[in-house]
Design a protein around this ligand. Sequence first.
Ligand code: GTQ
Ligand code: FE2
Length: 372
Amino acid sequence: MTVTDGSPVTIVATDADDQPRRTPELEELYRGFESELLVPLWTEIGDLMPPTPRSKAVPHLWRWDRLLPMAERAGRLVPVGRGGERRAIALANPGLGGRPFATPTLWAAIQYLNPGEDAPVHRHTQNAFRFVVEGEGVWTVVDGDPVAMRRGDFLPQAGWHWHGHHNDTDAPMAWIDGLDIPFQHLVESTFFEFGPDEVETRETPQRSRSERLWGHPGLRPLTHLEPTPATPLLAYRWEYTDRALAEQLALEAEGHRATVEPGHAAVRYTNPTTGGDVMPTVRAEFHRLAPDTATAPRQEVGSSVFQVFDGTGQVTVGRQSWSVQRGDLFVVPSWQPLTLATEGGLDLFRFSDAPIFERLHQHRVQYKETAQ
Ligand code: GTQ
Ligand code: FE2
């Protein structure tokens, strides 16, 4: 019997305790199963039906100060163009066999574009977003609408919309991409099409058409009253996120209930046509811990990727602990408890696959540590 304990190491158990004795007749029966392509439940049950989720993905941290120089080197050595499509370098979780998967469902990558470069137009069924931890100067053009990318902005880009990126400044720019590539790969639902090699517009407006139509809090255009499965708003600007978090902490200080726990402000990016998640498979949030805050351990079905936006802190995921700083990325596998702590304050961007599990009624959250 093969048992995985959530670590990349595989433990091969002897056929003691829960397995019948390996008599010659039993061996013959097992050979019969094999040649008829049959597998009995009793040899597999520990792996297939554990008492709580056992992710093959492991907690892991990628440091921004190692990632960014590699992206810069790729910027000098690797052209961007048709075929490869993007100069994107993906996080490969050490528990997932070297595939470019941060978690079993989520892709996370650093993407890099030099001055004057175009990432050609394409579309795919995978849902995507960009998040910017530093820099500016790239416009992502979604269905012909140029959307400026700047520090702190969250830029969702739902599946099957045409998109390319162009850098019209004289500085290179890096950002992170999140997509549901591993999920769509697993469930075999992916389609892809090439568009024009050159991004259709060189325009560099400060505000996209999408923001001009949708970017007014609490106001919905009467021309667009039908709910859409993904958000029509293509940029969630840092100015608003920052203010929402600051106001939660200010309200808490004034004695009102506005934070998820003491010193912990948080917002979720939402689809203004439904109030739900921005995309069918991806949840995105921003969390702010005030100075000298520690969170209660929390575990959740499904996986997350976090990026430190600002500040420093200590992060514990399962049995792993790290000191983190700006730009660092870490992974929280399914049902592994997460705790966050900071002395000076900590700002974190987070994305997860929670909408998939909620839709399937498989989602669970638990706020205190339990035996795994
Ligand atoms: O920018 O369109 O990291 O299609 C992976 C796949 C980025 C993108 C990635 C993509 C893109
Ligand atoms: Fe893409």
